[in-house]
Design a protein around this ligand. Structure first.
Ligand SMILES: [Zn+2]
Length: 555
């Protein structure tokens, strides 16, 4: 605490030399966001959609500090980039391009220049998974871009483990920034794995800034189990508390920042926040000066337990701008805003653009390859949609199985009407899951379907069955009938072949009933199954509007 005070005092001596009270982060109050996206309380995390209103105020307010404030340190934060290294139009952007590494870097440089203060660039994880550009290089394109963008550190998100620990370790070696995570342990020894750096101290101007990483405690259920075998992700505030102590007391950090790849959602005005990151914040007794949040692709600008918390949506569409200021009267505040990255308004960083373009050219022969023509756009509206049915059909065809089940969480983009390329399809299925054929009893199949229709985070599409359900109190859903493609009812004791992503076959997303069932990995990656299925279909491809999970008719 004393050192933070000293840093503030040293920097604002000319403003109010004697009136600075000892620093207590509980007094830090972020000024309201300038980005009205936060007024959308229910963010659709899977589809990354939001209400498009209120985007216009960003520009006017950007960089306009209240009279007399002195910015001591400015943090520029991103989270959940998901490999979005190129700018993209969004459903809410009126055809304008948003994000992209070069624009983000340009915006960061502008914001640093406007401030004229020490700045740090930080990312909160899930950076590498999600686009051909990044995935076809197993994240290397993102790491190279981050190197050029001048990031100081990134948290290890759950998706950083999508390509095994060895791949992550290779990416960490290539990074000129720190990948941080404090709460992962090797089960066998209880020690941190060699690749897991818990925290680091960086310099910004004359300030010492401690950066602590924290991975989602749900990581084991979000990652292919093989990839996290032998690792455990400890929850709880004790780990963070002890590192905050070490950073402040033993290492004299002026600021302590927690990069927690945990998320949540708030009601308008930063009230009523719920989610893992807020549970963590509430449990802390040693308070960091800021928590950078991620994982839920939401806009968070809130104070919980006296700790400011920021999350800037996802896919590089927005930037978190956190100013630690000393006000004219000597009071301190963390002023936070979240601004949209309009690619057409920022001067792109040419060095970053060059890095990204090199990778883009390398993958373009593959990504630009035409695959099919769609008669209509296929978008992910609601729990059941034609795109999901189409993917489930592709799984069933690839595995030659009776039934297929694919989880909605693995369907990551919509498809436009007209010609679609390999790259377009890759955005839909970026995870490179293997199509796995299980042999299960009717009873197990029924359990899996019940999990899919009953648990909010387990929603799925099916092929080869028609399910009728009844909805009861408190959103409970009960299966009434399951009918196979030939019209026969599901028999509990019969055996069926079931095609699923290997992620579900190994029990991911709570499908524990599938783990250990007789399984054959077809060796076919989901994107290839999808491409093959669409190529073979009559062009243009028309998808019947059909609901395979329907409400049972009341008796
Ligand atoms: Zn995540």
């Amino acid at each position: 605490m004393a050192s933070l005070f000293a840093a503030f005092a040293g920097l604002v001596l000319s403003l109010s030399p004697a009136s600075l009270p000892p620093v207590d982060t509980t007094f830090m109050v972020p000024v309201a966001t300038t980005d009205v996206h936060s007024r959308t309380p229910a963010w659709d995390c899977e589809r990354d959609l939001e209400v498009p209103s209120g985007l216009v105020r960003n520009r006017e307010i950007a960089g306009a500090a209240p009279e007399g404030d002195s910015i001591v340190l400015r943090l520029l934060t991103t989270n959940d980039l998901h490999g979005a290294l190129l700018p993209r139009t969004q459903s809410w952007s009126n055809g304008r391009e948003v994000g992209g590494a070069a624009a983000i870097a340009g915006m960061m440089t502008r914001l640093a220049r406007e401030c004229g203060c020490p700045t740090l660039r930080l990312d909160d994880g899930d950076a590498m998974q999600g686009t051909p550009l990044s995935n076809l290089t197993f994240g290397r394109a993102t790491v190279e871009a981050f190197n050029a963008m001048g990031y100081a550190a990134a948290a290890v998100g759950n998706h950083e483990l999508d390509w095994t620990v060895d791949t992550l370790a290779a990416r960490i070696r290539e990074a000129r920034f720190a990948w941080l995570t404090a709460n992962v342990r090797t089960v066998a020894t209880g020690a941190r794995p060699a690749w897991a750096q818990p925290w680091r101290m960086v310099r910004a101007g004359g300030l010492k800034v401690a950066l602590i990483g924290y991975a989602s405690i749900l990581t084991p259920s979000l990652v292919r189990p093989d990839n996290v075998a032998g690792l455990r992700f400890d929850g709880g505030a004790a780990i963070v508390d002890s590192l905050v102590d070490v950073a402040r007391r033993d290492s004299a950090a002026d600021f302590v920042i927690l990069l927690a790849h945990e998320g949540g959602f708030c009601e308008p005005g930063g009230q009523g926040c719920r989610g893992q990151v807020f549970d963590l914040a509430n449990a802390l007794t040693r308070k960091p000066d800021l928590i950078v949040s991620g994982h839920t692709h939401s806009l968070v600008n809130a104070v919980v337990n006296g700790i400011p918390i920021v999350q800037a949506r996802s896919s590089g569409t927005a930037l978190g701008i956190v100013d630690f200021v000393v006000q004219l009267g000597g009071g301190r505040a963390a002023r936070i805003r979240v601004e949209t990255v309009w690619a057409d308004r920022e001067q792109p960083d040419t060095a970053v653009a060059r890095v990204v373009d090199g990778f883009r050219r390398a993958v373009e022969p593959l990504t630009s390859r035409p695959v099919a023509t769609l008669a209509e756009a296929l978008s992910r509206g609601g729990e059941q949609h034609a795109l999901g049915n189409l993917i489930a059909d592709a799984y069933r065809a690839a595995a030659r199985s009776d039934v297929a089940l694919v989880n909605n969480g693995g369907i990551r983009a919509d498809l436009p009407a007209g010609a679609v390329s390999w790259g377009d399809l890759f955005q839909v299925l970026p995870f490179q899951n293997y199509v796995t054929r299980l042999t299960v009893t009717g009873a197990v199949l029924r359990q899996a379907i019940a999990h899919a229709v009953g648990a909010a985070d387990a929603r799925a599409h099916v092929s080869g069955v028609r399910v009728s359900v009844s909805r009861g109190a408190a959103d409970s859903v009960r299966i009434v009938t399951v009918t196979l493609a030939d019209g026969a009812p599901l028999r509990e004791d019969a055996r069926y072949t079931l095609a699923v992503p290997d992620f579900l076959a190994s029990g991911g997303s709570g499908y524990s009933m599938l783990r250990g069932q007789p399984a054959v990995n077809t060796g076919i990656v989901d994107i290839d199954a999808f491409v093959t299925y669409l190529r073979r279909a009559r062009q243009p491809v028309r998808v019947a509007a059909e609901s395979r999970v329907v409400n049972a008719v009341a008796p």
